[in-house]
Design a protein around this ligand. Structure first.
Ligand code: SAM
Length: 377
């Protein structure tokens, strides 16, 4: 395989030269640098000691954790032989020393321990029961085949970082696939990215609950066609019960664009979408700290990271939003500019903000009728 060297954050990695990232023998997507930046920021604040990049490909993510965060022990794992060989080369490139190979596992004790493993992520995670403080799942498509084992391999107060790139199921283009994988009915249309994010968080809460674990959403967002959730586990049956109380359903009227949400384990009406997570999608304090940290740090996509964090920081943390273009089309009105609508709603005493889910949308706690009034010219 022909290789080229790229630099991302503080890491240098050899990646396969390929016409398209999808036919490369080992996967590397430079567009995911922002996704990795955000994880690096978070790990700098939460300081997990033992970290697993369960689906590591070139190893870029785990290498960045090793080079740019205080993690003390970093595991890079991939099922592919070619990825295993390349990860070892990339470790050597960054730490100046070849890891010692013992069959399908290789070790390098630098200022921190780096372990490179070839194998099925589920097998490795089953072996390392309650071992890691942080596990990153960054698969092709859905993370669901790895979720259950990750919930056992992570410590009971540990953290999971989960990516889902299967936007078609989560956004409702393939509803049967969403039901199969996420055990939830998705919603098509302008709310699909937020509903998809909440379906992903909701299924993590449901999987965690059987281990008497609750969840705290540190940050969940949608960007560049992927969903991402950072979840801290909370230990205890009561925490599990509390998380399940944050689950519920969405009702959506196609004709008007009005939505409703209801909490509850079961829906009260047949037209429900979900179950979804209706609790917070961020820790405000953490996002604030990430922003401060990002300002003074070298990142691969610093400008974009700051832009994303700024909008996440301002975003009102309530379920769903009103997309002014979609609502305008539905109701036959010319909407005002988003900034103006937000101002008007605030003048009326409501909370209102932009949302990262859509540049033309407003998040607010105002009732539907008030939003429509504020929107109309
Ligand atoms: N995390 C990487 C990054 O940030 O560049 C990208 C990972 S890529 C999207 C998914 C990787 O998962 C591929 O390299 C693939 O070989 C690996 N993979 C697929 N199934 C696996 C399994 N069951 N166990 C371990 N690795 C697996």
């Amino acid at each position: 395989m022909e290789l080229v060297e790229v630099k991302e954050g503080k890491a240098r990695v050899l990646v396969p030269k390929a016409e398209s990232i999808y036919n490369a023998p080992v996967f590397y997507n430079p567009r995911m640098a922002l996704n990795r930046d955000v994880a690096v920021l978070l790990l700098n604040l939460l300081k997990p000691g033992k970290v697993l990049d369960a689906l590591a490909a070139t190893g870029i993510r785990g290498l960045r954790f090793a080079l740019e965060t205080p993690a003390k022990e970093v595991w890079l794992n991939d099922i592919s032989e070619e990825a295993y060989a390349l990860m070892r080369r990339n470790v050597a490139l960054n730490f100046g020393e070849e890891p010692i190979v013992k069959g399908e596992r290789a070790y390098l004790q630098a200022d921190k321990l780096i372990v490179v493993n070839r194998g099925d992520a589920n097998r490795l995670m089953a072996e390392k029961h309650r071992y890691f403080h942080f596990i990153d799942l960054d698969p092709f498509g859905s993370p669901m085949e790895f979720l259950d084992t990750a919930l056992r391999a992570v410590k009971r107060k540990g953290i999971l970082g989960v990516t889902a790139t299967d936007a078609a199921p989560l956004c409702g283009a393939h509803p049967k696939a969403c039901i199969r994988k996420y055990l939830a009915v998705p919603l098509r249309g302008e709310l699909c990215h937020e509903v998809g994010t909440r379906i992903l968080v909701g299924v993590i809460a449901r999987y965690a609950a059987k281990y008497d674990l609750g969840i705290e959403v540190l940050l969940a967002y949608y960007k560049d066609h992927y969903f991402r959730a950072f979840i801290r586990l909370r230990d205890g049956a009561k925490k599990g019960d509390e998380s399940l109380e944050q689950l519920g359903y969405v009702y959506f009227d196609e004709r008007t664009g009005r939505f409703d949400v209801e909490r509850g384990f079961l829906p009260t009406k047949p037209s429900a979408y979900g179950p979804v997570w209706l609790g917070p999608l961020k820790s405000e304090e953490l996002v604030e700290e990430m922003m401060k940290l990002a300002e003074g740090m070298e990142l691969a996509e610093k400008k974009r990271a700051l832009k994303l964090l700024a909008i996440l920081r301002e975003e009102l943390d309530v379920p769903l939003f009103y997309d002014t273009h979609a609502l305008g089309r539905r109701l036959g009105i010319q909407p005002r500019k988003v900034g103006e609508i937000i101002e008007r709603l605030r003048e009326l005493g409501y909370n209102a903000s932009r949302t990262h889910f859509s540049p033309t949308a407003v998040k607010t706690d105002a009732p539907f009728e008030e939003v429509v009034r504020a929107m109309a010219r």
